[in-house]
Design a binder for this molecule. Structure first.
Ligand SMILES: Cc1cc2nc3c(=O)[nH]c(=O)nc-3n(C[C@H](O)[C@H](O)[C@H](O)COP(=O)(O)OP(=O)(O)OC[C@H]3O[C@@H](n4cnc5c(N)ncnc54)[C@H](O)[C@@H]3O)c2cc1C
Ligand SMILES: *[C@@H]1O[C@H](CO)[C@@H](O)[C@H](O)[C@H]1NC(C)=O
Ligand SMILES: *[C@@H]1O[C@H](CO)[C@@H](O)[C@H](O)[C@H]1NC(C)=O
Ligand SMILES: *[C@@H]1O[C@H](CO)[C@@H](O)[C@H](O)[C@H]1NC(C)=O
Ligand SMILES: *[C@@H]1O[C@H](CO)[C@@H](O)[C@H](O)[C@H]1NC(C)=O
Length: 548
């Protein structure tokens, strides 16, 4: 016999609990089938699609939070590629595993506490910057170097910048700290966890920064002039391939929050690999999720994996209580059952970025940059637009006369074949890097018959090894005030909506941590609700019987 007060307490906790909007419907929708084995065993089966920062962090935190709450979860991760890390991955210079180099996400910073803590907890070794200490930085606008500075990662040493730009650097640093401090509130209650990123962005006053361009945000805060076009824009271009007139104010501030830059020796992907190991998840590599359907309140995933020895593709169907899509929906090519989601995320434009890595005996040619033959060329070249040129209206045409976003001399290496000292370079550009471009860059006569793949084999040719990759690297961060919700349907979560807000390894990891907490909260509330419902139904039946 249940007392009315107990039932009311359960019902009210159910109705007024954080996420109970769906409660009465879900219960009755599912009441037409007998509980499955998974439900009987009380194990919550969770599928995570994508083994990048977002998916790995979801798995890691889900395992942690589940243990705290005494909930048992069984996690399976599906990854279409053959490696863990997604857009955070390395390639081996000279195809030699002792010389790994980042091909995607390369730097995180002190305030990126998920990555930083994970690095410490897993005992991974950190490096301060991608380049060596004797770096000379130059900012080039396609005609002139508008800024030059010696010395490693400290290159926007405020004291040095003051000489040239007055107070603008200090004001920018202050604004960046103020803005990132608001963002950091997302990590802890009452702002964590969040079911609506749009609401939280608004609550924290961050929509002020996302609603306007970087240029407008800086101007509104009393910052303008050469510092913004020389330094801030060079930073938004190297980090996001976008100019200040297009990228929003929040992402602009992220570009200026560079204190305590670091990366993991041997590759940042190791953080995500360790997270997956710690999560005890089953990871299926080379396995593409092709379609998702919902039936009887659960999700059925069809995935395909190809055995690379036999060439045979196997298709598998599996059923889960919960699905996390930890990849941009628009690139996942997953066939979703119609009307399954409350809302389908908008397709948004992504930057198409060519990353070109190569090694050479040669230094960058002064002539390429219009410098006299004996001039020293900076080892890292960022770019900006000339002040007299109109900023392009279409962000996709934003590269301007420089033709690339950055060229970095990462380090010197010994070529294992020739035992000669060479330079390892990395270029970010919106266009494919051609042999003509490379010949000019390294001061070689231009031979239009060359192509990159044969370049390394011919004699008298400037480069000894190269690797190029075209990424959908990050969204065009156009001003906006709404962001996709982390929950697209009951039990169906999405991490990539955060990319239009801030697109970094850390923010994907933050959304993974958020989704993990939402999943646990939803499990707990459902458990409570199911219990509550049983009691309500029994009560109602009982009263009916009595009253009839
Ligand atoms: C060149 C470059 C430089 C960058 N520099 C930095 C930097 O310095 N610092 C920084 O913080 N960030 C940087 N970023 C951004 C950062 O790498 C990304 O924001 C972050 O890695 C995204 O992680 P994610 O898990 O959200 O997505 P992803 O890493 O894209 O992971 C999604 C995964 O899902 C898989 N997948 C997709 N569809 C399916 C399917 N149907 N079935 C199975 N698997 C599927 C994909 O193969 C992929 O592995 C850079 C990115 C690039 C490309
Ligand atoms: C995945 O496929 C690659 C080839 O693309 C193969 O080398 C690798 O062994 C496969 N990995 C697994 C876990 O099947
Ligand atoms: C990271 O570690 C610090 C110091 O131990 C702690 O205060 C913080 O909550 C941790 N952050 C996360 C996201 O785990
Ligand atoms: C890890 O997974 C295995 C197999 O799925 C399971 O038997 C084991 O109990 C799990 N361990 C933890 C700590 O969750
Ligand atoms: C998986 O499910 C789909 C549709 O639900 C079906 O067409 C397909 O045959 C199933 N595949 C396997 C291997 O069971």
């Amino acid at each position: 016999m249940y007392s009315r007060t107990v039932v009311l307490a359960l019902v009210s906790s159910a109705l007024y609990g954080q996420s109970f909007g769906f409660w009465p419907f879900s219960v009755f929708a599912e009441s037409d089938h007998s509980p499955s084995q998974e439900e009987d065993s009380g194990v919550n089966r969770v599928a995570i699609i994508g083994a990048g920062a977002g998916g790995a962090s979801t798995a890691y935190h889900l395992q942690k939070f589940a243990a705290i709450s005494g909930i048992s979860v069984e996690i399976e991760v599906f990854e279409q590629s053959s490696y863990i890390g997604g857009r955070t991955t390395i390639v081996n210079t000279y195809d030699d595993p002792t010389h790994p180099v980042e091909l995607g996400g390369s730097i995180f910073v002190e305030i990126n506490q998920i990555l930083k803590n994970a690095t410490e907890n897993f005992g991974l070794r950190r490096r301060e910057s991608e380049t060596e200490d004797n770096e000379i930085l130059g900012i080039w606008n396609g005609k002139d170097f508008v800024f030059k500075q010696n010395g490693g990662g400290e290159w926007w040493d405020i004291a040095k910048l003051l000489w040239k730009y007055g107070l603008a650097p200090i004001k920018t640093q202050r604004l960046s700290r103020k803005t990132t401090a608001k963002f950091l509130q997302l990590y802890t209650p009452p702002f964590f966890p969040f079911r609506s990123l749009s609401d939280r962005a608004f609550d924290l006053g961050l929509t002020e920064a996302t609603a306007v361009t970087g240029e407008q945000y800086l101007t509104a805060n009393g910052i303008s002039g050469a510092f913004t076009t020389d330094i801030v824009q060079a930073s938004t271009r190297v980090n996001y391939g976008q100019n200040l007139g297009q990228i929003h104010g929040l992402e602009t501030m992220v570009c200026m929050a560079i204190e305590g830059a670091m990366s993991v020796e041997g590759g940042n992907w190791q953080i995500f690999d360790r997270m997956l190991q710690a999560s005890n998840a089953t990871v299926h590599l080379n396995t593409t999720v092709e379609s998702i359907k919902k039936s009887k309140g659960r999700y059925s995933l069809t995935s395909a994996s190809t055995n690379h020895e036999s060439g045979v593709t196997t298709s598998t169907n599996k059923t889960f209580n919960t699905v996390v899509l930890a990849a941009p929906l628009q690139f996942s090519k997953i066939d979703l059952e119609e009307h399954m989601l409350k809302r389908t995320p908008d397709e948004i434009p992504y930057v198409q970025l060519h990353v070109t890595l190569f090694t050479s005996l040669h230094k960058l040619s002064p002539a390429f940059f219009g410098l006299p033959p004996d001039a020293e060329v900076p080892s890292t070249i960022l770019t900006t637009l000339p002040t007299d040129s109109e900023a392009p209206a279409d962000p996709k045409d934003g590269v301007g006369p420089a033709g690339f976003f950055s060229i970095s001399t990462l380090r010197t290496l010994v070529n294992p074949k020739t035992i000669q000292k060479e330079y390892l370079y990395k270029i970010f550009s919106p266009m494919e890097i051609t042999p003509v471009f490379l010949s000019g860059l390294l001061g070689f006569p231009i031979d239009r018959s060359l192509n990159l793949s044969t370049l390394t084999q011919e004699s008298g040719i400037p480069i000894s090894w190269y690797y190029a990759k075209l990424w959908h690297s990050y969204p065009y961060e156009l001003p906006r005030v709404t962001f996709e919700d982390p929950e697209l349907a009951r039990g169906f979560y999405y991490t990539s909506g955060i990319e239009s807000f801030i697109s970094t390894m850390e923010t994907s990891a933050l959304m993974g941590m958020n989704v993990a907490q939402l999943i646990i909260d939803d499990f707990e509330e459902r458990k409570l609700a199911d219990k509550g419902v049983v009691e309500v139904v029994q009560m109602v039946l009982h009263e009916d019987v009595v009253e009839l």
